[in-house]
Design a protein around this ligand. Sequence first.
Ligand code: AMP
Length: 248
Amino acid sequence: MKALVAVKRVVDYNVKVRVKSDGSDVDTGNVKMSMNPFDEIAVEEAVRLKESGKISEIVAVSLGGKKSEDTLRTALAMGADRAVHVETEAVLEPLAVAKLLKAIAEKEQPQLIFLGKQAIDDDANQTAQMLAALLNAPQGTFASKVDLDVEEVRVVREIDGGVEEVALKLPAVISADLRLNEPRFVKLPNLMQAKKKPLEKLTPQELAIEVTPRLHVKGYAEPAERSGGVKVASVVELVEKLKAVKAI
Ligand code: AMP
């Protein structure tokens, strides 16, 4: 059984994001970039399924500029067997990503497709759902547990106020939530070995997918600075201040 895992290169979650001075975009120059954290969890889950003998091959896919190759190498170092890089400098919206992933899925015919629940740069939380719809495949989003059988996969999903368990016929699309697992630390020798694993290059044109954005982003702005707090001398003073705020 084959699994496809979608991995996106994003600004590292530890970096404080800055907006370009003209507000046209986020400044990614000289900024540490990493694999989207939810995608690391997705890769880890696929690798654990392979280690337990339930799947036989993991193909990592990334769509984006030349440097997405680094993200794919990380996925290979974590345990993916080979990688597919759809290289494009175009801004990719979730629908374009879903269409490209659909084209790859049709080529590769995986039984499981893992994605992160959301990319921490656009926070869209749309791609897995769109991909499942385009493939007419069942979806298990926000997965916190995955239990794979020969013909179906059971997914425990995190929902408001609790969890839900769904059983999906294969092939299925799964998006990883934070509590699914704790991704392994990538060691240097694994990164070296990953350089020898196959990495296929494709373009949206070769896949015959139109990726022109449908949305026009009008601008980006940083959140307003927080005003400083004040220390109060007593509970009485605090209550007085809270009453004053409420009165406003
Ligand atoms: P989003 O819908 O943009 O929040 O992204 C959800 C998930 O879709 C991510 O966690 C990735 O698994 C996948 N994804 C989004 N964009 C890309 C990309 N450019 N390359 C590979 N995977 C992507």
